[in-house]
Write a protein that binds this ligand. Structure first.
Ligand SMILES: Cc1ncc(C[n+]2csc(CCOP(=O)(O)OP(=O)(O)O)c2C)c(N)n1
Ligand SMILES: [Mg+2]
Length: 922
């Protein structure tokens, strides 16, 4: 076994000289020469093959001893842990086998029954069938429940293997037959349960959403990272908590699945184990028909700095390996492609004898004494052998060498389900049994039902519950009690976070005096004060994918410090500067490098810590708004499913504010993308004081004491880097308006000219206020300006009212908040933003008059802010002209005035615009 050594292969210390042995100083050339001469002797006597074998083994052995040697990324296609090194199995194999059989049966029946004619919602049979034994070893011996003194493990279950998890929960008395029958009928069945692990849909049960392939791996890494972060910062002892991620070999094709492996290695996350179910198949067919997925993954994980444990073969093979003195069997295994292995298990013992062992007379001889049935039943794959799985799990949880571990388990897709299923290309989506299939499955699993019971109704097949006092039931319960309770388990006391008092929010109300300050900076100032709060300051987790300097967050480096589990072991180039780049194991800032996906995963792990750890971390994830929902939308969707709370900040928002950056940087639509996430509460504030109220209310909504308002939501705030004059908070400011979506920043002027209502959000508010002045000065038109803080909050409120009125025609109709708010406002209405038309268009149905929208639609481009705004016709003068046009349409002014205005402002000349000339760096 390996020695405990904390140096990670991704750690630079101790790695000098790797790959360049000839450059290293040789302290004992004599000894070195002797070694080399021995090798020459082996080549001379045993031949090149024998010498290669020895050197290969030496290198492998050296790696196991954590020596710094050039890496050997692949080992033979055999179990990493040799039979002689396996620990004693601590469980009762016979009882565990019967438990497995019951779980397998009920899992299959749950899916089969969901196929009953009036329902027909399906499910997956084959995936759980392949991973069942692996999970059962975990349930009986490893996965720690919440009540475990160490705090419990966190298990990411393979999404579409859910029937097996439900089935076990059924045997544990957590779900009833009615619950199992409600599979995939979440709305129509009062006991409905979701298809896959969805905490939002089944909050007392599921912890981690996984079924969107590729999300589980990244989220599990960040979960393990946040566990360490909590520990390092003294917020919670997580030293005994282990994170498990169960993944499919097909799932490993997702770029995301492999893309964050280096993080786990660099952070030395030996509290993390990936288990990849290598059944060699995905949905359509083989994962690597011509190759070997286990070998491919082994090389990649090892190269990324992980421990790799392969569980390829079951116990039955051990005696063949022992007899394989010349390595012919291993050779055959190394050279047989996955496509063949898949076919073998879909055929028969005789077929395997002829087409596998028969390829070499030496291997053919190895199985001479075995019957075809022995070959079929006795030579299992490692993932169906509890002892081999146990050895791997034990290793992964005890190795503690500063490396995360991946266990690659070789299994058969559709195992035990019968010849129609096992290893067939179509098996992933097969969900129907015939009566004969059912009888066969019953026999294989030794389930005590008679033919008559099964024949009564093809779909009304019985679930199997062993007697309450049977050894199986007692064993299951005892094992779980010993391990700290059931898994998965999302029942918890919700952690409380006391929203800071008045003083903390004062900074937001002050305005910027003579300075011009962007809303990003206003928000960062507020965050700094929030982080200073004695009670809750420590819970804030700023998450930054390498743009801290852009957003002014570098000011936090020396005080809050950047979290790095290794601290800072180098002489920092800017150590003498006031704003030095400071890394520390106790750092509060999660600086993620340029990696928005892992940042979103860190947001999720931190934002759900209130539940996973009962520590209310509040993530504050700030990013380039174009690289948020657009790049990582599905991760945010999973965050919503997992009920993450916190703040997501789309900085450098807007189509034109980030002057000069161009097509892929200019965000004209992130609020639209965010709006597709039902957990996202979206605001586009214009001023610092609005931000103060929004964040404060957000915390109330997430953690406040008003039970009715409590929600598992996260906030998406768009902020800008355009410096503007930040006004002091007006006295008696309309806080309710700020929160619900809009409030008036300027009243309609006194007088008797025609009236319009100008609406704007975010960075467009200042130039809209200038438009109000122009309208009045140049054209005698009076207008009010509304700062719309949230188009979507108003839309959601109005939609809810509409829906209520639609379904309750005889009740007093509800009036949407915005309709009430605008009831005395004299139209027409004109809106402008730095976003696509569709953003202000969200509220069109409830505007009580003509409503014109100026939109920053289409591709982004690089230019000055003023030119961009004029080009898009969202700027001050365009707004003036658009208001005049609406008034002309209503017959309130003459149409010629509109033309005059176009000429006066030279509206078609891109170079004549001046909105947003205040400047400021992008
Ligand atoms: C991002 C994403 N793409 C596609 C799917 C659809 N899908 C569900 S399971 C599956 C095949 C999974 O194969 P594998 O990961 O090997 O798991 P197995 O069932 O073989 O254990 C696919 C393509 C998905 N769930 N998520
Ligand atoms: Mg697979």
């Amino acid at each position: 076994m390996r020695e405990n050594k904390s140096v990670n292969s991704n750690d630079i210390t101790g790695r000098q000289g790797i790959g360049l042995p000839s450059h290293a100083n040789d302290v004992d050339p004599e000894e070195t020469r002797e070694w080399l001469e021995s090798l020459d002797a082996v080549v001379a006597n045993g031949g090149a093959e024998r010498a290669s074998h020895i050197v290969g083994n030496l290198l492998t052995h050296a790696r196991e001893r954590d020596l710094d040697v050039p890496s050997v990324e692949n080992t033979d296609y055999v179990n990493t842990i040799a039979a002689k090194d396996e620990p004693e199995y601590p469980g009762d194999l016979e009882i565990e086998k019967s438990i497995r059989r019951a779980v397998r049966w009920n899992a299959a029946m749950q899916v089969h029954r969901a196929q009953r004619p009036e329902i027909g919602v399906g499910g997956h049979l084959s995936s759980y069938a392949s991973i069942s034994t692996v999970y059962e070893v975990g349930f009986n011996h490893f996965f720690r429940g919440r009540e475990h003194r160490g705090g419990g493990d966190q298990v990411f279950f393979q999404g579409h293997a859910s029937p097996g998890i439900y089935s076990r929960a059924f045997l544990m008395g957590r779900l009833s037959e009615q619950d199992l029958d409600g599979f995939r009928q979440e709305k129509s069945n009062p006991r409905g349960i979701p298809s896959y692990p969805h905490p939002r849909a089944m909050p007392e049960f599921w912890q981690f959403p996984t079924v969107s392939m590729g999300i589980g791996p990244v989220n599990a890494i960040e979960q393990a990272s946040i566990n360490r972060y909590l520990h390092s910062r003294g917020l919670k002892d997580t030293s005994e908590q282990h994170v498990w991620a169960f993944l499919g070999d097909g799932e490993m094709d997702e770029v995301e699945s492999r893309g964050a492996l280096h993080i786990a290695a660099n952070e030395q996350l030996d509290n993390l184990t990936f288990v990849v179910n290598c059944n060699l198949q995905r949905l359509d067919g083989p994962v690597r028909g011509n190759g070997k997925i286990i070998q491919e993954l082994e090389a990649q994980f090892r190269g990324a700095g992980w421990n790799v444990v392969k569980v390829v073969w079951g116990e039955g093979w051990d005696k063949l390996f022992a007899a394989d003195t010349d390595g012919a069997l291993v050779d055959l295994m190394n050279t047989t492609p996955d496509g063949d292995f898949q076919t073998f298990r879909a055929e028969s013992g005789g077929f395997i004898r002829d087409n596998f062992f028969g390829r070499d007379p030496r291997t053919k001889a190895l199985v001479e004494d075995m019957s075809d049935a022995d070959i079929w039943w006795g030579l299992k794959r490692g993932g169906h052998d509890p002892k081999k799985i146990y050895a791997a799990f034990k290793h992964a949880t005890t190795v503690k060498n500063g490396k995360p571990t991946v266990i690659l388990v070789h299994t058969i897709k559709g195992y035990v389900l019968g010849k129609k299923f096992a290893g067939r290309n179509a098996t992933h989506q097969m969900k129907k049994f015939t009566i004969d299939d059912l009888k066969q499955l019953r026999d294989t699993l030794h389930i005590p039902f008679t033919d008559q019971q099964l024949e009564a109704d093809l779909y009304d097949q019985p679930y199997y519950m062993p007697a309450e006092d049977s050894p199986e039931m007692q064993y299951m319960r005892e094992r779980r009690a010993e391990l700290g309770g059931v898994v998965p388990d999302n029942r918890h006391k919700k952690a409380t976070f006391t929203v800071p008092g008045e003083k903390t929010w004062a900074v937001a109300k002050r305005g910027s005096g003579k300075q011009e300050v962007a809303t990003t900076m206003a928000l960062v100032r507020l965050l700094k004060d929030l982080m200073r709060d004695k009670e809750t300051g420590k819970y804030w987790v700023p998450i930054i994918p390498d743009e801290a300097r852009t957003f002014g967050l570098d000011a936090m480096f020396p005080t809050a410090k950047i979290y790095n589990p290794k601290g800072q072991n180098y002489l920092s180039v800017d150590r003498d500067l006031l704003l030095a780049y400071k890394e520390s194991a106790q750092g509060q800032i999660k600086h993620m490098g340029i990696n928005e996906i892992s940042s979103t995963a860190a947001f999720t792990a931190a934002g759900t810590s209130y539940s996973t750890h009962e520590v209310p971390l509040v993530p504050f994830y700030i990013f380039y708004s174009m690289f948020g929902f657009q790049r990582t939308g599905d991760f945010f969707y999973a965050a919503g499913d997992q009920m993450a709370k916190g703040f997501v900040i789309g900085a450098t928002a807007g189509k034109t504010t980030l002057a000069g950056e161009g097509l892929q940087h200019m965000d004209g639509h992130s609020p639209l993308l965010a709006y597709t996430n039902p957990a996202a509460i979206i605001y586009d504030p214009a001023y610092g004081y609005e931000i103060g109220h929004i964040v404060r209310d957000g915390l109330q909504r997430m953690y406040g004491d008003n039970e009715e308002r409590l929600q598992e939501v996260f906030y998406y705030l768009t902020v800008y880097n355009e410096p503007i004059h930040q006004p002091v908070e007006p006295e008696n400011v309309d806080v309710e308006g700020i929160i619900k979506g809009m409030y008036k920043v300027d009243e309609v002027q006194e007088g008797d000219g025609p009236v319009a209502q100008l609406m704007a959000s975010g960075v467009a508010v200042p130039w809209t206020r200038e438009a109000r002045d122009l309208l009045y000065k140049d054209w005698g038109v009076r207008s009010a300006v509304w700062s719309v803080t949230s188009w979507s909050e108003m839309r959601n409120d109005a939609l809810a009212a509409d829906k209520h009125n639609f379904l309750h025609p005889e009740e007093e109709p509800k009036t949407p908040w915005m309709v009430e708010k605008l009831k005395d406002a004299e139209g027409p209405f004109v809106a402008t933003t730095d976003f696509d038309y569709l953003v202000p268009d969200m509220i069109r149905p409830w505007i009580p008059n003509d409503y014109a929208v100026l939109g920053a639609e289409g591709w982004g481009f690089s230019d000055t802010r003023a030119a961009g705004r004029r080009y898009l016709h969202i700027d001050r003068e365009s707004l003036v002209v658009r208001a005049l046009k609406s008034l002309a349409d209503q017959g309130k002014i003459d149409r010629s005035v509109v033309k005059q205005a176009i000429d006066k402002y030279d509206l078609l000349n891109v170079n004549a615009g001046s909105s947003g000339m205040a400047g400021g760096d992008a």
